[in-house]
Design a protein around this ligand. Structure first.
Ligand code: 5GP
Ligand code: MG
Length: 180
């Protein structure tokens, strides 16, 4: 099947670059003179966090990763979050910025945020490329949001559908007939 039969473009490379630059500028201003640990959530945020980090000018900024599983191989959230990989650096008394691909029901990020706070982080903020507020089940909001979207299933730029399409340099909306 051809890519164009599977999804429609939501954000092209230029729009993604501008979105990431705008978020980075806000982070650079907010954390100026402070210490910062960026925690990318695998695997979906891998490309976003890589692009974002290169635009961060905070001196001594550190990068770490966590992985949680809430979605299985399909497109329905289980609500049952499990930490598959924890941070390897010490977050105690440090400012942590979680970088996520999508804030959807909020199950994943509320679990991860609680986890990092329980490890003694001084502050935990959330940066997400996409936000689907209409799907929220937990009272959680992002501090930095790339784009608010409707209840659509998006792929590309790190985001997958059954581990496919992460390689697309743009973001597309997967047509419902593909996953329903
Ligand atoms: P939550 O726990 O907020 O329901 O789920 C968040 C996770 O679900 C995201 O990190 C992402 O991995 C996955 N997810 C939610 N919506 C989408 C989507 O539209 N496309 C893709 N590829 N993943 C999604
Ligand atoms: Mg994810």
């Amino acid at each position: 099947m051809l890519h164009k039969d599977v999804f429609e473009e939501l954000m092209n490379e230029e729009e993604l670059d501008k979105t990431v630059s705008d978020i980075a500028a806000r982070i650079n201003a907010d954390y100026d003179g402070k210490e910062l640990v960026i925690v990318g959530i695998l695997k979906g945020s891998a490309i976003f966090v890589a692009d974002l980090l290169r635009k961060i000018t905070i001196e001594g900024v550190q990068l770490d990763f966590m992985q949680a599983s809430s979605y299985g191989s399909g497109s329905v959230s289980s609500g049952n979050v499990r930490i598959v990989k924890d941070v390897s650096c010490n977050v105690k008394e440090r400012n942590v910025l979680i970088v996520e691909d999508i804030l959807d029901t909020g199950n994943t990020l509320s679990h991860i945020k609680e986890h990092l706070l329980s490890k003694g982080a001084a502050s935990v903020r959330i940066c997400t490329l996409f936000d689907k507020p209409g799907r929220r089940k937990k009272p959680i909001t992002a501090d930095y949001t790339g784009k608010v979207i409707d209840d659509l299933f998006v792929v590309g730029y790190g985001l997958d559908y059954s581990e496919r399409y992460r390689n697309l340099p743009y973001v597309g909306v997967l047509k419902a007939e593909i996953y329903s």
